[in-house]
Design a protein around this ligand. Structure first.
Ligand SMILES: NC(=O)c1ccc[n+]([C@@H]2O[C@H](COP(=O)([O-])OP(=O)(O)OC[C@H]3O[C@@H](n4cnc5c(N)ncnc54)[C@H](O)[C@@H]3O)[C@@H](O)[C@H]2O)c1
Length: 384
């Protein structure tokens, strides 16, 4: 798996107390990494971070990404081989209430990580996480490609577009002949066990079902690229592994013309890897919110009510991602179909509701199941 890239390697991970960060920390620990987490205290009750008992299993630092000195010191102290930057204010609706805080965290927070990376004097592969919402949404029927214009109607989406612009500018300005290689990752709507965020459809479903209440659906016709949290995480890990170990890159992908990347230890980095990547699901997983809720109810019976509000704040209607680049350059593709994604997600919540002590074992088992399915599908990160 991942060519053993993470075994005994040091990883600096921001946002490890959040939903995706906790899954990524768990997976990295299983891959043998030495993980240094940097984030605020978990802000949900329960929190996956606590359910997995992560505080005792990694270097756990509570600090603020808006504080440049704290970020710089933390990165310098850990001397990472890999960096995954996930810390963010990730909620669209909250960004309408707190636009300045959202920008401070998402844009300046990313710039602080970039500055901290500039200070490293050793090889390091960094994947900075933004979102599929960073594209200027034109409600296209086809998927957005990495070269499409960035934008965003709401403060969250536009903050992530601004973070992408910062990453690109820093890469071109400061990382051309630098041992640190930087990529950004744009993923779609992620579901999976252990997300307890406010205002997200899957936790909203589970909270309602647990309480025996109807699920209140505010945007039933919105179409999103739903995927299990392990799908983009496999993309982040593989992208980082490939950035770090350039020799693994197929020769035909190496462009001699580019001035990014360079040579390390006699190997050549494929310069196309130090760039932006989409990680989205297969077409069949581009579903409406109503379809997602109907699929959830197959596994946890209940009912839902349409709570559409014509005066609600704007949220994109249609959003899909093209993953052709990740497929061509990384051999990455999604593994679980929509039905399995929802089934595993609901099973996680249902089983941990019945027996809270099982969260860690269940998360580990789902990672194993995902790896097995990926290996059967011969996805590149399982065979290299
Ligand atoms: N969940 C999704 O569907 C989704 C989709 C696309 C992109 N993303 C992106 O993935 C990343 C992780 O999202 P998530 O769903 O796990 O979110 P989350 O809210 O569960 O976790 C956010 C993490 O960021 C940390 N954080 C927030 N503000 C911080 C600050 N000022 N200083 C330090 N740490 C801070 C939190 O403590 C937490 O660890 C984010 O960058 C998000 O934008 C998420």
């Amino acid at each position: 798996m991942f060519a053993e890239a993470f075994r005994n390697k040091t990883v600096w991970l921001s946002g490890h107390t959040g939903f995706k960060g906790a899954w990524l920390a768990q997976w990295l620990l299983e891959l043998g990494a030495n993980v240094h987490g940097f984030a605020l205290e978990p802000d949900t009750e329960p929190a996956l971070f606590d359910q997995l008992g992560l505080a005792k299993r990694l270097h756990h630092q509570i600090a603020d990404i808006r504080d440049p000195a704290a970020v710089r010191e933390s990165v310098k102290k850990s001397q990472p081989d890999f960096v995954f930057h996930l810390a963010a204010q990730p909620l669209v609706r909250l960004s309408y209430e707190q636009p300045l805080e959202t920008y401070a965290t998402n844009v300046m927070g990313t710039a602080h990580v970039l500055e901290a990376l500039r200070g490293l004097k050793k090889p390091c592969a960094a994947v900075l996480v933004t979102t599929d919402k960073c594209y200027e949404n034109r409600e296209w029927l086809h998927g957005y490609r990495e070269e499409d214009p960035l934008g965003g109607h709401d403060p969250y989406s536009s903050s992530k577009a601004a973070a992408e612009i910062a990453i690109s500018a820093w890469r071109r300005s400061f990382f051309k002949n630098h041992p640190v290689k930087i990529a950004s990752a744009r993923a779609g709507n992620v579901i999976g066990g252990g997300d307890w965020a406010k205002d997200r459809i899957m936790p909203d479903c589970i909270r309602a079902l647990q309480a025996g209440q109807p699920i209140l659906v505010r945007n039933k016709a919105a179409t999103r690229p739903w995927q299990h949290v392990l799908e983009p995480l496999s993309g982040y890990l593989w992208l980082a592994a490939r950035l770090y170990q350039p020799l693994a890159a197929p020769k035909r992908l190496v462009s001699p013309k580019s001035d990014e990347g360079g040579s390390e230890g006699g190997s050549t980095l494929n310069p196309q890897l130090a760039s932006a990547f989409n990680f989205g699901p297969a077409h069949e997983a581009n579903r409406t919110v109503a379809e997602l809720v109907a699929e959830v109810l197959k596994h946890w019976p209940g009912r839902w009510e349409d709570q559409s509000d014509p005066k609600a704040v704007h949220e994109a209607g249609l959003l899909q991602l093209s993953t052709d680049k990740a497929h061509a350059l990384l051999g990455w593709s999604p593994v679980w179909p929509f039905s399995t994604t929802v089934e595993r997600t609901v099973a996680w919540y249902r089983d941990t509701a019945a027996n809270p002590q099982t969260a860690h074992a269940l998360t580990t088992r789902q990672i194993e199941q995902y790896q097995t399915a990926a290996a059967r599908a011969h996805v590149a990160w399982t065979t290299k």
